[in-house]
Ligand binder design. Structure first.
Ligand code: MN
Length: 253
C-alpha cells in the first residue's frame, strides 16, 4: 500500500490520532503586552459584514481584525532584527511545515517557579533518556501554561512566565538541528526576557538562525515525548512576520 493510502487508513481507523494543539481564536485570546514606549498589537476581533439580513440575505461573513502574533501563531525569521534578511511567512518553504516533534515536559518545574528557564543541561538530560533532538523538527516545550490560557491575567501573570535561558536559546539555535521551538506561553521567550542579555534570546537566536517559533500551544500533554508529526502552516501573508496558525499533531495510537 502507498504511504499516503496507509496514512488515510490509519487516520480513519484511529491508529493515527490527530491532536489539535491550537487555542481557539476570539476577542478573549490573550495577547502580548509590551511596556511604553513600544507599539502593541490589537486583540482579535470579528466585524460582521452580513448575517442572513438585508446586507446579505443568504450569507453570513465577517472581516477579521488581528495581529500577526495573536493566539496560536508562527514566528518567521523576518520577525526579528537578527533575521531581517530571512524569510517572511509567505516564503517559508512548505517542506518545513510538516515536521517531527519532541516534547520536553517541564510542567512540574514551571508549576513551582513561574520564572523557570530551560537550560542546556535539561535538554542534554532529556536527550540521554529519549535520544537526540530531531533533525528539522520541533522542540515543543511543555510548561503547563495552557491551563491558564482561558484567563489573560493568569496567563500573562504580570510578566512571570517560563521560558528558555540565554545560553540554551543560543545553543538550540546554533548547535542543534531543530526547526524551531514551540511553547504554551504568549511568546517563545520567558516573561522576564525583556531584561535578558540579549533581550528575548529565543527570538534573537532562533529567528537569526533561520528557525521558527510556535506559541500558545495546548494539549502537549497528549503527545508522546518522541514520534509525533506536527503540521503548522502559517498563512502566506506577503511580507508577513508571523501568522495565526492551526497546529495539528499526528500521533501513533
Ligand atoms: Mn510571535
Amino acid at each position: 500500500m502507498s504511504v499516503l493510502r496507509s496514512l488515510v487508513e490509519s487516520l480513519r481507523s484511529g491508529t493515527v490520532e490527530i491532536v489539535d494543539l491550537t487555542a481557539p481564536l476570539s476577542d478573549k485570546t490573550p495577547i502580548l503586552r509590551l511596556p511604553e514606549p513600544f507599539g502593541n498589537t490589537i486583540p482579535f476581533r470579528l466585524e460582521e459584514i452580513s448575517h442572513y439580513d438585508e446586507r446579505g440575505p443568504a450569507w453570513y461573513w465577517n472581516d477579521i481584525h488581528t495581529g500577526e502574533h495573536t493566539g496560536t501563531h508562527f514566528d518567521a525569521p523576518i520577525h526579528w532584527v537578527t533575521g531581517r534578511d530571512g524569510d517572511d511567512v509567505s516564503r517559508v518553504p512548505p517542506a518545513r511545515l510538516i515536521a517531527p516533534a519532541v516534547v520536553l515536559d517541564f510542567a512540574a518545574e514551571a508549576g513551582k517557579d513561574p520564572d523557570f528557564l530551560l537550560q542546556i543541561d535539561h535538554v542534554k538530560a532529556w536527550e540521554r533518556a529519549n535520544g537526540p533532538l530531531p533533525e528539522g523538527g520541533w522542540l515543543l516545550y511543555r510548561t503547563g501554561w495552557d491551563a491558564r490560557a482561558e484567563d489573560a491575567e493568569t496567563f500573562l501573570n504580570e510578566g512571570h512566565s517560563p521560558g528558555i535561558s540565554v545560553e540554551c536559546a543560543q545553543w538550540l539555535a546554533a548547535e542543534t538541528p531543530i526547526l524551531g521551538v514551540g511553547v504554551e506561553t504568549v511568546g517563545t521567550d520567558a516573561g522576564a526576557a525583556h531584561s535578558f542579555d540579549p533581550p528575548f534570546p529565543c527570538h534573537s537566536f532562533l529567528l537569526g538562525h533561520d528557525k521558527y517559533g510556535l506559541t500558545q500551544l495546548r494539549n502537549l500533554d497528549r503527545l508522546p515525548a518522541t514520534g509525533a508529526v506536527v503540521i503548522a502552516p502559517p498563512l502566506p501573508i506577503v511580507g508577513g512576520s508571523g501568522s495565526p496558525v492551526r497546529v495539528l499533531a499526528l500521533v501513533d495510537r
